[in-house]
Design a protein around this ligand. Structure first.
Ligand SMILES: [Zn+2]
Length: 296
């Protein structure tokens, strides 16, 4: 595997996900923590306007703004996030990104524990996932491959991009244990890169496979013709991220107390169950398939 020369750690892509914001502020105060001899580590607060306002975004989701088609037409003033995405692309982004590895820090109201988000399962990210799984018992690996997310996210701008999503944590709040797990995961990722650069190889004692929750489908809440919610996540499903959901298992509960079962035909493993920021995206949860992926 090629050397990693520059790493960019990002927080505040969503301005009210405070664990990432305060982790970046700590890393900026205590830069030796994230320095390693064989590569340069940068830090970035991606959406300062949203961070100042303690909201996810000002005009639109920055983490969906990194697409060419998002370029504003001359008739429309670009949104704050479109401007910000253009600035970030110019400094850090494709087509010739100076960043070999981008680590984007997020928080979720879902019971993600420590979720490592991989957009594609290349040898580098799979070995990194195996290493982090060994260091961090709460870590679960989610593959967004197939969700169409690769091109519009901030992390897609670098050669390798990963997301670290921790939860459950309410937006606009901190949780000390999840802050510490975020920090430990970032530092472990930097240690992995350092070892890879120094030795040219990955640790010999890594697990030989990674359990990965692979995106299959986004599911919306039941809604009426006006788009109004007709049901909530069922109590039996709440906080059950990564747990098997079988056909017929309770999925939603209507406001009248009627259970709406999962109607798929095969077992699935929900993630991002009841994520607050996904109501506006019409997503109640993602359905995934659990796969054991052998390391290349
Ligand atoms: Zn986020």
């Amino acid at each position: 595997m090629d050397n990693i020369n520059q790493v960019l750690i990002v927080g505040g892509t969503h301005g009210n996900e405070l664990i990432g914001v305060y982790a970046i502020k700590k890393f900026q105060r205590s830069h030796p923590l994230i320095q390693r001899p064989s590569f340069v580590t940068h830090t970035l607060l991606a959406n300062p306007g949203a961070i100042a306002a303690n909201v996810r975004y000002l005009d639109q989701d920055l983490n969906r703004a990194f697409v060419d088609s998002a370029a504003p037409s001359p008739a429309n003033a670009p949104s704050y996030e479109q401007q910000r995405a253009a600035e970030l692309r110019a400094q850090w982004g494709q087509p010739e990104s100076p960043v070999d590895l981008l680590i984007d820090l997020h928080g979720t109201t879902a019971n993600a524990r420590v979720m490592l988000i991989l957009d594609d399962l290349n040898p580098f990210t799979l070995h990194l996932a195996a290493y982090l799984s060994r260091c961090q018992p709460h870590l679960r690996v989610y593959s967004s491959s197939g969700s169409g997310r690769r091109q519009d996210s901030l992390r897609s701008q670098a050669r390798y991009g990963i997301g670290i999503e921790v939860g459950p944590v309410a937006h606009g709040t901190l949780r000390a244990d999840l802050f510490q797990q975020t920090e430990a995961t970032v530092l472990a990722a930097l240690d992995f890169v350092e070892q890879l650069n120094q030795t040219g190889t990955v640790p010999a004692d890594l697990p030989r496979s990674v359990t990965c929750y692979c995106y299959r489908q986004a599911l919306d809440y039941p809604r009426d013709e006006q788009g109004q919610l007709q049901a909530m996540i069922h109590p039996d499903c709440q906080f059950r991220d990564y747990e098997a959901l079988h056909p017929g298992d309770p999925l939603f509960l209507s406001f009248d107390g009627d259970t709406i079962p999962y109607q798929g035909e095969t077992v699935t493993y929900p993630v991002f169950v009841n994520e607050a920021a996904y109501y506006e995206k019409h997503i109640a949860l993602y359905l995934t398939e659990q796969q054991i992926i052998p390391l290349p």
